[in-house]
Structure formats: C-alpha cells, structure tokens
Design a binder for this molecule. Structure first.
Ligand code: SAM
Length: 227
C-alpha cells in the first residue's frame, strides 16, 4: 500500500445497500483526523454501522462558503480530512466542488476514491448507449429549464437526469414535448435497495406505468439521444 500525502479525501458512501463501500473508504474514514459531512446525523449512523468513531464536522451548501478558510487552515497545518455526503459521491449533485477547487488552488492534495454513485448503475441498467453520455443531474425547476431542454432536444448522446419521485410523471410528460413520446428511456428507482426497479420503454409507456401508482423513493432517468 502506498504512503499518501493526500490531505482531502472525497469518499463515496452507499446509495442504499450498506455493503456498497470499499475497504479503502473504510480505512480512510478511520485514519483521517476529521470527517466533513453533509448531514452529521446521517453520516453518524453510517459510521456507527461500520464501527467507526470519528469527529464529524458539518459541511453543506449553507455553510461551505463560511467554513472553507478554516478547513484549509487545518489542512495546511498538516491535518487530513475526508468529505462524505448523505449518499453516493460528494460533488456529484452534492456539496464538494467548492472545497475541491479551493484545495487545488491552495496547492493541497485532493484524492477522490472510486465508489457508489447513482447514475452509473442507472445508465448501465438502462441498456441505452453508454459510450457517450451527458450528466444533467437535477434540471432547474423554473428559470433556465426551458432553455436547457431546448438545447437537449438536439443532443445525440444519452442523457442522465436526477429527479424527485413526486415530480417524475410531470418531468416525463414535459420530456415528451422536447424529445417526442416515442423516445426510448429508462427510469431507475431505489437502486441497490429492496424495491429497486428499472423500467424501460418509450416515454409514453413510462408515463402510463408510473401514472398507475404513487411513485416513492429515489429516481434516475436515462433518455436515449436523438438519432
Ligand atoms: N451524490 C449522489 C450520487 O453520487 O449519485 C447524488 C446525490 S443527489 C442529492 C440525490 C439524487 O441522486 C436522488 O434524488 C436521486 O435522483 C439520485 N439517487 C441517489 N440514490 C439513489 C438510488 N438509490 N436510486 C436511484 N436514484 C438515486
């Protein structure tokens, strides 16, 4: 095992199934001086599950601008830290980008461990072309949504969206206006959890399927590019 000079580790955590954490992630979480967590309660429960006792420091969208200088100071002083989010890989539709960029600017060593993220299993499960894709994450709710979707109407690569369950049918319906109701797509729900499902079909078929039930859980939508 190589000796590392990394000061900030970005540590992916499970998106549902608690077995989905790497041996290295567990070791790093044990070894660092402190852990920055999006939600200290959620991450506290996770650490408890793995038998790790470590100080958790809140680091989320609402305090990251204020706390970064203090974190950089500690890292410059020789401390090491890990950043975790509630689920998956930090900085992927989660806080992290600002801290990574600030550390790089401060010439501190950053290392992101490979690990869970929701869009990769969703993309692969979809059976839709995975050689080229664009990750859109959450679309803006109001301002900028129409502009983004208009640009995506011409997109030839597979598109990946994160969406909340209560907005799923509305989003799929809106997608038909820009991509056409026959466009092939897949909705992955509750990946890695007991009620995981991957529903594949045209946008029209997916709307019919999800209209029949109350949609719960976490959702990734994969849409084929324009042919
Ligand atoms: N950092 C995370 C990642 O690496 O995927 C994403 C965090 S973002 C705040 C949360 C969104 O990710 C959810 O609304 C959903 O779209 C997606 N997501 C997370 N876990 C999921 C799961 N188990 N199944 C399906 N989608 C999931």
């Amino acid at each position: 095992m190589r000796k590392s000079v990394t000061q900030l580790y970005i540590v992916p955590t499970p998106i549902g199934n608690l077995e989905d954490i790497t041996l290295r992630a567990l070791r790093i979480l044990k070894e660092v001086d402190f852990i920055l967590a999006e939600d200290t309660r959620t991450s506290g429960n996770l650490l408890k599950h793995y038998g790790i006792e470590k100080k958790l420091v809140p680091h989320h969208l609402f305090n990251e601008h204020k706390t970064i200088e203090n974190i950089l100071e500690r890292l410059r002083g020789g401390a090491t830290c890990a950043l975790v989010s509630d689920a998956g890989t930090p900085a992927i539709s989660d806080p992290g980008y600002l801290l990574v960029r600030s550390c790089i600017e401060a010439e501190l060593q950053v290392e992101c461990l490979p690990g869970p993220t929701a869009f990769v299993p969703a993309l692969v499960n979809s059976g839709i072309a995975s050689d080229h894709f664009v990750f859109e994450g959450f679309l803006p709710h109001k301002k900028g949504r129409h502009t983004r979707l208009t640009a995506l109407a011409m997109e030839e690569k597979t598109m990946i969206f994160y969406e909340s369950p209560h907005r799923l049918v509305k989003a799929l319906t809106q997608f038909t206006e820009y991509f056409g109701e026959d466009r092939h797509a897949c909705v992955s729900r509750e990946l890695t959890k007991i009620f995981e499902e991957n529903i594949r079909g045209s946008l029209k078929e997916l709307i019919a399927y999800f209209n029949q039930k109350t949609v719960k859980g976490e959702i990734v939508i994969i849409i084929a590019g324009k042919t």
